[in-house]
Design a binder for this molecule. Structure first.
Ligand code: TRP
Length: 337
């Protein structure tokens, strides 16, 4: 989209290897849609990834793999700007400024940090993990983003972004656009196929609950066929009473574009088996070309790296302008060139 359209920006972590279905339906699909209506910037957030220990070889491979999957999912370098966060040094630079705008207590209230650090223990959790949301704030503000497509779990970080942008603008004069989260409610949360009370996540209790996009499609099909439902037989959307069935209906509807009421009608009098088998087939049909496209990008690292280099160049032009304005407002002496 042309650069006079509203801006969208989002980032995705390169830590998982394969993206899972929750990442795709909750966020990546929205990235693809927003290319049509927004001047969209998307990045692989490798600097966020290192807030927890990473194996260097794996991190490098997973960063390229993440970019390849984003392209395979439908991001088009002609229609959006795709880049790697560390290729644009302004992220770390504005991140520092934003660190200096954030209250310690304010940062301490970020629930994702509390969850992640509780898992690792206070001594092993890094200061980088603590300031993770503040780097995310810088990511968003650098591009003057209007809309931030994310999953429901990121809402608090977008709130922090709005607060800090407003604080900076009030103290130093209008500098940053106040962004809004772009969360598509119906697919904001995809649940674990074995434990529909938990969000689908790479740290799933059982691997059977997690659908990785790059797994063998046969393995994923089996996971759909053995998804947990309930002891009833009626196919009806009811998150409270029927979380498993509702999750399957959500996924079906998202992948086929069929409304949930229509699906309820279609499956009236049919058992859970029919819904699960159909969904397994629908998923395999969708994911097979995704695999092929991902493999193509990975098989041609030169093209992939050149797409990312062009993206970084475009991103940097925008980011440098915002950083310069922020430094100026703060009273930093401009460097002579
Ligand atoms: N924290 C986000 C997540 O875990 C990833 C992220 C980093 C991001 N920077 C961003 C998302 C900027 C949106 C905008 O999903």
């Amino acid at each position: 989209m042309a650069s006079d359209s509203p801006r969208a920006l989002s980032g995705i972590q390169p830590t998982a290897g394969s993206f899972h279905l929750g990442n795709y339906l909750g966020a990546i699909r929205q990235y693809v849609a927003l290319q049509e209506t927004h001047d969209a910037f998307y990045m692989v957030v490798d600097l966020h990834a290192i807030t927890v220990p990473q194996d260097p070889v794996e991190l490098r491979a997973n960063t390229r793999l993440a970019a390849a999957q984003l392209l395979a999912a439908g991001l088009d370098p002609e229609r959006c700007t795709l880049f790697i966060q560390s290729h644009v040094p302004e992220h770390a630079q504005l991140g520092w400024v934003m660190n200096c705008m954030t209250g310690f207590g304010e940062a301490s209230r970020m629930t994702q940090f509390k969850d992640k650090s509780a898992k690792q223990g206070a001594d092993r959790a890094t200061v980088g993990l603590f300031t993770y949301p503040i780097l995310q704030v810088a990511d968003i503000l650098l591009y003057q983003a209007d809309a931030v497509p994310v999953g429901e779990d990121q809402r608090q970080h977008i709130e922090l972004t709005r607060d800090l942008a407003e604080r900076f603008n009030t103290r130093y004069g209008p500098t940053f656009t106040i962004p809004a989260p772009h969360i598509v409610r119906e697919v904001a949360k995809i649940y674990d196929l074995q434990d529909p009370s938990a969000k689908m996540s790479k740290s799933a209790a059982s691997p059977k609950g997690l659908v990785n996009l790059l797994d063998d499609p046969k393995v994923s099909a089996k996971k759909f066929r053995s998804a947990v439902t309930d002891t009833d037989t009626v196919i009806r959307y009811d998150e409270k009473e029927k979380p498993g069935v509702s999750n399957l209906l959500t996924i079906h509807s998202a992948l086929t574009g069929t409304g949930i009421p229509e699906l309820e009608e279609r499956y009236e009098g049919k058992g859970y088996g029919a819904l699960k088998t159909d969904l397994a087939d629908i998923f395999v049909e969708w994911v097979t070309p995704f695999h092929e496209r991902t493999r193509e990008y990975l098989g041609d690292p030169e093209t992939l790296d050149s797409v990312l280099a062009k993206g970084a160049e475009k991103a940097r032009a925008v980011a440098a302008e915002t950083l310069a304005a922020a430094y100026d407002r703060l009273g930093l002496v401009p460097a002579k060139h």
